[in-house]
Design a protein around this ligand. Structure first.
Ligand SMILES: [Zn+2]
Length: 99
């Protein structure tokens, strides 16, 4: 499946319930059937995206070091700045924002 988006099932059920309470359903069975269909949808394994940024980058003895703001672990490299890495090799965080 491409271009999939994932939303919380409980958020959708809350929205359906709010819609029913606001009179959005003219027939209770329509509300009940929709609620049941959403509630019975199979779960998909989804892992929350971890985000971080590189901090405290420095060069020491020809080795670059930087700390991940998410896991607080340091990463080093002889071949360039760790701050160019898009992901933390320790925790897998995407390095495009705050934790
Ligand atoms: Zn990390």
């Amino acid at each position: 499946m491409t271009d999939a988006i994932y939303v919380s099932k409980s958020d959708i059920l809350d929205l359906i319930t709010e819609n029913n309470e606001a009179g959005g359903f003219t027939d209770y069975s329509n509300y009940s059937n929709l609620w049941d269909e959403v509630d019975n949808m199979p779960a998909t394994n989804v892992q929350p995206v971890k985000r971080g940024r590189w901090e405290n980058e420095y060069l020491e003895d020809d080795i670059w070091w930087a700390e991940c703001s998410n896991c607080k672990q340091e990463t080093h490299s002889r071949y360039g700045r760790p701050s160019t890495y898009r992901y933390c090799p320790n925790c897998g965080a995407r390095m495009d924002g705050d934790t």
